[in-house]
Design a protein around this ligand. Structure first.
Ligand code: PAF
Length: 284
């Protein structure tokens, strides 16, 4: 695997592959790789001739009081995992290369409406930072396709919307969430949890499943969500949001929507955990 912090090196390789008519899949990450990321690389390998990965802890998507400084940086272990998974090219730019004029002077991309709700409401500016870095990385790498985890359901929808709105010639592919045996969605932020918190963290997925079960049995989702929030509080969480939405638009679900998503965020100890499960209201 070639590791480079230089845009020109990335461009040279991708251009050479494209000249030969070969396809390139891209997996953007912030590092501290876990099995969820490695699954994205494995999926990328099945869909394209070459896999490019980026590791960049993007300062633009962190709020002033968030965990930018403490975000785990584990490049050596990450590289080993990527080599084992068969990634060919790793891009590890510096913040100075990506934002040479500083964040305040950076041209940005903002996806309206869906970027302002849920995680966007709790983390103002977060999705502006995500959309801007992903657009920049797409322009640098120029892949044919890019893969993202469905754990970040709202992020995936924002990136798909951006690609469509700006006519970017890139296929955006969502890959199912990888979970611990307990049901806890894999996340770099799980590393902030103590052993006891990690045990309790599995409640998040369980409560999501309970709400889905209630909706599929025709029960009132508001009541089911209120119960879920009580259960989360009893397990030591501070819920941020817990909602039933349309899985196609992320708008508030109405009675005619069949393709739904239960989407939630909650604080536990030092971690802010997010999770979601999409489902059919009337399963066959
Ligand atoms: O999901 C992430 O790890 C990040 O938000 C992403 C897409 C790599 C952009 O920094």
């Amino acid at each position: 695997m070639i590791t480079t912090a230089a845009i020109s090196t990335i461009r040279e390789h991708v251009k050479a592959w494209h000249t030969k008519g070969e396809t390139v899949a891209f997996v953007p990450t912030m590092g501290n790789l876990h099995q969820g990321h490695i699954t994205l690389v494995n999926e990328a390998k099945t869909r394209a001739d070459h896999v490019v990965v980026s590791i960049f802890v993007n300062p633009m998507q962190f709020g002033p009081k968030e965990d930018l400084d403490g975000y785990p940086r584990t490049l050596e272990q990450d590289s080993e995992k990527l080599i084992a998974a068969g990634a060919e090219l790793l891009f590890t730019p510096t913040p100075e290369l990506i934002y040479p004029r500083g964040l305040a002077q950076q041209t940005f991309i903002e996806v309206p409406d869906i970027g302002d709700e849920l995680c966007g409401a709790s983390r103002p500016g977060h999705f502006r930072g995500v959309a801007t870095i992903v657009a920049k990385l797409f322009n640098i790498v120029q892949p044919d396709m890019a893969l993202f985890g469905r754990k970040d359901f709202q992020q995936l929808m924002i990136i798909k919307t951006m690609v469509e709105d700006l006519s970017m010639p890139i296929e955006v592919i969502g890959i199912d969430t990888i979970r611990e045996a307990s049901g806890l969605a894999m996340s770099s932020r799980n590393g902030y949890l103590t052993a006891d918190e990690k045990h309790r963290a599995a409640t998040l997925k369980r409560t999501i499943d309970d709400v889905i079960n209630a909706v599929q049995h025709g029960q009132d989702h508001r009541q089911a969500i209120a119960q879920a929030e009580q259960q989360l509080k009893a397990a030591g969480f501070t819920p941020d949001y817990f909602e039933l939405r349309s899985a196609d638009t992320l708008r508030q679900a109405n009675e005619n929507d069949n393709h739904l998503v239960v989407i939630a965020a909650a604080y536990l100890g030092k971690a802010r955990l997010i999770d979601n499960v999409s489902f059919s209201r009337h399963p066959k």
